[in-house]
Design a protein around this ligand. Structure first.
Ligand code: GDG
Length: 460
């Protein structure tokens, strides 16, 4: 437990808030919920609702020691801030896709407007001793706006996406106005050493900051802040337990039955171009092309719940994948065998872990990913006696920790197809060995360790 009662409350700020009645999807939501339940505090963010006329009202809800405060967004704010600058400008930039960056001053204005709105509300919600933890690329300038209004509290920031090298960041028009605001935080957390180096390089060479002996960066204006690596983890024990229990469920029986002894390869991703899905489908097709002996012996299940449907690039990738899955099935399917099962639904976590456990191979091949929790969930869900094999992109933050996975370059179709072949035939003793090493890492660096490490550092 971190410093309960020694400081004020924890105030978590993120674009989306997981309210008590909602199932917390993803690691961020469950990590924050656990932290707040442990020490009490406040979670502030967008309600998820878009309204015609923003009433300025804060919706408040209390659940034990945790208070939730959310605001609605007007249509214009939502479109410019969320669909616009956050998801059409920053997301592609941070995922090394300058070709997809759509820059529009109107969107930037909306982004700043919503950050100002957040700051405005927070000023009346935050108490003097509270510690404030801001999350993700939607809210980069928030600390600067809070400082401008006189807030002196500890404020930390965690970036859940990768951070590309300075050479790429400068492609963003007016990048300094945005990036420099990071110096208003006391602590900036990133997933990997590469991301931290990118941040340091940017501040040293673009901003003209210097590195102090105590490891803090000092901007030319004299602002001091710290950037450190905190790789996010999962609730390892809970995922393992839920996978064990899922084995009893009807849905898992049905899946196993439908496989008729075939080896299952599984992929689970938000439908997002950063996840490398078209390349993954191609690699699977290449596997079938070069290994006729595998026909009818494998099945690839790709679960891909749609996300950010308001952004054109996401609608396009959805169409592209439908075509590709149809094409591959058309080429290879037999009356009694469908090579790709492509599912656009989302499933409760309790079921997902059962699906992971039923799969001989976890195929996680993002082109870029801050961490990738699916890779970790896949490993934690395995049966220790008969674990599956993880095929993992080198460009996921998780590859820094899960070095016993079969690491691949997702753009190299041949390499991914080869790794799939190796995974499908890997002997049991090697599978166990690799799995144990990865599980050791996941047990030690779980989500509680991540959160405590960040908060401890921020409180120092
Ligand atoms: C961002 C960063 C970073 C997926 N499908 C379903 C479902 N999921 C859950 C997974 C997992 C989570 O969503 C996805 O997390 P990832 O880490 O894989 O990816 P992003 O959503 O892009 O997350 C990423 C993360 O933030 C945390 O810092 O690792 O790099 O991009 O937990 O299980 N959950 C449910 N049904 C689904 O169908 N319930």
């Amino acid at each position: 437990m971190v410093g309960r009662n020694t400081q004020g409350r924890l105030v978590v700020v993120s674009n989306r808030v997981a309210l008590p009645a909602q199932t917390a999807t993803g690691g961020l939501a469950s990590a924050m919920r656990a932290a707040l339940q442990e020490r009490g505090g406040l979670w502030f963010g967008w309600s998820g609702k878009v309204v015609r006329q923003d009433s300025g009202e804060v919706h408040r809800l209390r659940d034990g020691m945790v208070e939730y405060a959310t605001i609605d967004l007007s249509r214009a704010d939502h479109d410019d801030f969320y669909d616009g600058f956050a998801n059409r400008t920053l997301w592609p930039l941070l995922h090394y896709r300058p070709d997809l960056v759509d820059y529009d001053r109107k969107h930037l204005a909306g982004y700043l407007r919503v950050n100002n709105l957040f700051a405005e509300h927070l000023m009346s919600l935050v108490k003097p001793n509270d510690i404030v933890w801001v999350n993700d690329y939607h809210l980069i300038p928030l600390a600067a706006m809070l400082r401008q209004r006189g807030l002196r509290n500890r404020i930390g920031f965690f970036l859940h996406t990768p951070l590309p090298a300075a050479g790429l960041l400068i492609a963003l028009p007016r990048h300094r106005e945005l990036m420099e605001t990071l110096a208003h935080y006391d602590l900036v957390g990133l997933h990997t050493a590469r991301d931290r180096r990118a941040l340091e390089e940017y501040f040293l060479y673009e901003v003209g900051a210097s590195m102090r002996r105590d490891g803090r960066l000092r901007t030319p204006e004299g602002r001091l802040f710290r950037a450190e690596v905190f790789p996010i983890g999962i609730d390892t024990q809970q995922v393992a337990e839920s996978a064990r229990r899922a084995d009893e469920r009807e849905e898992i029986h049905q899946l196993r039955q439908s496989l008729e002894g075939r080896a299952l390869i599984i992929g689970v991703d938000r439908l997002d171009y950063s996840k490398g899905l078209p390349e993954r489908f191609q690699a699977y097709a290449r596997l079938l092309e070069r290994s006729p002996q595998l026909h009818r012996k494998v099945s690839f299940l790709q679960i891909a719940p749609p996300s950010r449907g308001g952004v054109p690039e996401y609608r396009q990738i959805r169409r592209e994948l439908e075509r590709s899955a149809g094409h591959i099935n058309g080429m290879y399917a037999a009356p009694d065998w469908v090579p790709i099962r492509y599912v656009n639904n989302s499933f409760p976590h309790s079921l997902l872990s059962g699906y992971y456990r039923a799969a001989r191979v976890g195929l996680v091949t993002p082109l870029r990913d801050g961490m990738n929790l699916v890779a970790k969930e896949y490993v934690a869900s395995q049966d220790p006696e008969d674990p599956g094999v993880l095929v993992l992109s080198r460009f996921a933050g998780a590859a820094q920790e899960l070095t016993q996975a079969l690491l691949v370059n997702p753009a190299d179709t041949e390499e991914v197809a080869e790794a799939l072949g190796i995974a499908l035939t890997m002997p049991l003793y090697e599978r166990r060995l690799r799995w144990r090493r990865m599980m050791d890492v996941l047990e030690k660096q779980d989500v509680t360790a991540w959160r405590n490490a960040f908060l401890r550092r921020l409180a120092e």
